[in-house]
Design a protein around this ligand. Structure first.
Ligand code: HEC
Ligand code: HEC
Length: 344
């Protein structure tokens, strides 16, 4: 069981995307929210030297955009989230304000963590054990600062925050950026992250409670049903494929192989792999890289050294044609393929 705690860098979480389609169209809410936010803001300001609001470094909209597009995939904005894959937003806020930390420290500490998530610097040690360490999202410091500032100021204690503030701001954001076109590359990424998150959590749990050999069946994404509203709305389906697949059903086709080979070249020369959106049979298909971390090597590493005998025997029995061993850390294990917007 030594494995689990240190090494779950890539074990990710889940997408609470149900909120995406919910709408509050009542403009009265907007006004109430504006008032509530105004009050919160002025409360935050008391106790500091009064600053003119115009000196705030990053806009609230910017912070919210980062949050709703990149964080709530895993950190639920709701108070109660069933089947969590990471702490919810309020838990994050509480732990960064612990000990009465001032807002500036909140923002600095959170930004520092996001730039370089590590088991040592994480404040939420229990969460690290339960879900694995948060992945590095590879975003800019300015984006992290914006979202940290937003979280420092958000009134998450308010039990109606999700319904009244979050959903409204989300709608405002969508209206503001609505160009009429769906951003399929981004939506597909959210779906892939969500699936990966559920998968990762189940896998980590299984390894922790049953051991690696018994956990084998949990690396099977077919166990996950994408019932959430975003998948339904986008009419999306998702699969994982590889050039060195374990399950014969997961072999990459020619298009997918072309992407994988290109991505591997990029990775070898130190580039960051970019996802790709393709138009296939008149619908958008997104490719998203899946990289290995140390944790994966228990089942995908070198057969003579890293994978334990009992695990190897079981793999060979279940997958006689297995090609998915011999990997090191930070290699391209495969890709998510997210098909969206299918008619019929
Ligand atoms: C793919 C899932 C995932 C996404 C996306 C994600 N996180 Fe996390 N995050 C986690 C997990 C799991 C933890 C708990 C383990 C830990 O503390 O590292 C966590 C922990 C944290 C923590 C606490 C770190 C600590 O000190 O222990 C903060 C703060 C945080 N996330 C902020 C964010 C912000 C802000 C975003 C969006 C920019 C974000 N996260 C996006 C999974 C995610
Ligand atoms: C407990 C063992 C185990 C661990 C740990 C594990 N996997 Fe797997 N992996 C499997 C098994 C078994 C399959 C075949 C699943 C199926 O039948 O669809 C698989 C399949 C996959 C596939 C689909 C392509 C294929 O080869 O069939 C990808 C991609 C993948 N794993 C990536 C990862 C990554 C990335 C990690 C680490 C974050 C990881 N796995 C950790 C056992 C494991």
């Amino acid at each position: 069981l030594f494995i689990c705690i240190l090494s779950s860098q890539e074990l990710l979480l889940w997408l609470n995307s149900k909120e995406i389609k919910m709408r509050i169209n009542n403009s009265v809410f907007l006004i109430i929210i504006a008032l509530v936010l105004g009050m919160v803001y002025s409360c935050e300001q008391t106790g500091k030297e009064t600053d003119s609001p115009s000196t705030t470094k990053v806009s609230k909209e910017e912070g919210f955009a980062v949050l709703s597009q990149n964080c709530t995939t895993c950190h639920s904005p709701k108070e109660v989230n069933e089947n969590p894959v990471a702490p919810n937003l309020r838990e994050l806020q509480n732990s960064y304000f612990a000990g009465g930390a001032p807002s500036e420290d909140f923002v600095d500490n959170m930004t520092a963590f996001l730039l370089r998530p590590s088991t040592e610097t994480a404040k939420m040690k229990d969460a690290v054990k339960k879900y694995g360490i948060m992945p590095n999202l590879g975003m800019s410091e300015a984006q992290y600062r914006a979202v940290a500032t937003y979280l420092a100021e958000a009134d998450l204690e308010n039990p109606k925050w999700y319904e009244e503030v979050y959903l409204t701001e989300k709608e405002n954001l969508e209206n503001a950026v609505d160009t009429g076109a769906v951003d399929y590359l981004q939506k597909g990424k959210e779906l892939a992250l969500a699936t990966k998150a559920v998968l990762g959590k189940n896998l980590l749990n299984a390894i922790q409670t049953k051991g690696t050999a018994e956990a084998l069946s949990f690396c099977n994404e077919r166990a996950i049903v994408l019932t959430d509203s975003m998948a339904a709305e986008l009419n999306a389906s998702i699969k994982r494929v590889s050039d060195n697949n374990r399950n014969p059903n997961n072999a990459a086709n020619a298009d997918e192989l072309a992407y994988i080979q290109n991505a591997k070249k990029g990775l070898a020369s130190g580039e960051q792999i970019k996802p790709l959106l393709q138009e296939i049979n008149n619908h958008p298909v997104g490719y998203y890289p899946i990289l290995t971390n140390q944790m994966c090597l228990q089942c995908h590493g070198k057969t003579d050294k890293i994978i334990q005998q009992a695990t190897l025997e079981k793999i060979n029995k279940l997958y006689p044609a297995d090609k998915a061993t011999g990997y090191g850390e930070n290699e391209l294990r495969g890709i998510w393929v997210v098909e969206m917007g299918k008619k019929e």
